[in-house]
Design a protein around this ligand. Structure first.
Ligand code: ZN
Length: 307
């Protein structure tokens, strides 16, 4: 993958919130339940938040405690302007570029789904903890989309976790993660989220799994068209090139975070009743479906028996 150094980034599409206080503070310490119930307050909060990862990653990560203050955010307009020749060495600017590309794609692709009103939304970079329209979250929850405030949230150190714990080391795992979250935004705009919220929230054929696999498929559809995406001026491409090796990195990431793989890695047995995001094989296959067809209309995970 080669990014275009000359691209003008639209800094209105991301904010750097800096470090939030509250929560358990720092570190991932991803808790994976060996069984037992989810639920209580956490269950209610997580129900309105769509995270990249399942397997109980959200447990202990949402709190209704003290409001955490945010501090130390950086002005992305300055950091990511073309005047800064080192901007693309900074993960925040690279991720801003990915967000720009994903949304440029959806502005064009959304009408293919029969709608004309794609709504651009922001990604908030945070560290440790953050207050959202879905409650307070800490980094342990992983990247997520909050339907209530229609924003994407990510602690960029998650990518280190993705590399070290899940073995998904490639840079292209990053735009895959973001494209998955923007898939949830599209679902929210379409009303798919709300409908799925009324269905089963876990199990191999649950509404939750269908929602997540569709978000993976939408990510694949973006990847197919990513090199066509343009910068803020509409003149410059955002990517100079994307190779098959890059696409493999996205597929590796999708595969690494399948419910079955996560359950196995946590030392537990594979329990399909607790699936929320789909198996590794399914996540890989639905990403490929979107990538191969390049058309979000082919991402109908709700209308098929072949999940
Ligand atoms: Zn998701």
């Amino acid at each position: 993958m080669e990014l275009n150094e000359r691209a003008e980034l639209d800094t209105s599409q991301a904010n750097d919130l800096g470090r939030g206080s509250g929560g358990s503070g720092g570190g991932f310490g991803i808790p994976i339940p060996g069984g037992g119930g989810r639920g209580g307050i956490i269950g209610i909060v997580v129900a309105v938040l769509v995270a990249l990862l399942g397997g109980g990653f959200g447990l202990n990560a949402m709190t209704n405690g003290d409001e955490g203050g945010q501090a130390g955010g950086t002005d992305l307009e300055q950091l990511c302007s073309t005047a800064n020749s080192e901007r693309l060495d900074d993960a925040r600017c690279r991720n801003l570029l990915y967000v720009n590309s994903i949304q440029d794609y959806w502005k064009k692709a959304y009408p293919e789904l029969g709608r004309s009103d794609y709504e651009v939304t922001t990604t908030n970079f945070f560290q440790a903890a953050v207050n959202t329209g879905c409650g307070q979250a800490d980094s342990g929850v992983g990247p997520f989309y909050c339907p209530a405030d229609r924003k994407v949230y990510i602690d960029l150190s998650f990518y280190d976790e993705l590399a070290s714990r899940f073995g998904a080391k490639g840079e292209f795992a990053q735009p895959y993660v973001l494209a998955h979250e923007y898939g949830h935004h599209v679902q929210n705009l379409l009303g798919t989220n709300a409908k799925a919220g009324q269905g089963d929230q876990s199990g191999p054929r649950s509404a939750s799994v269908r929602l997540e696999l569709q978000a993976d498929c939408y990510a694949g559809a973006w990847a197919r068209h990513a090199t066509e995406s343009k910068d803020k001026t509409g003149q410059q491409p955002l990517f100079k090139s994307i190779t098959e090796a890059d696409i493999s990195q996205a597929i590796d990431a999708a595969e690494a975070i399948g419910d079955d793989s996560i359950q196995e890695r946590s030392g537990g047995r594979v329990n399909p009743d607790q699936f929320t995001h789909g198996t590794s094989e399914q996540r890989k296959r639905w990403f490929n479906q979107g990538y191969d067809r390049g058309d979000p209309k082919t991402c109908d995970t709700f209308g098929t028996d072949q999940l």
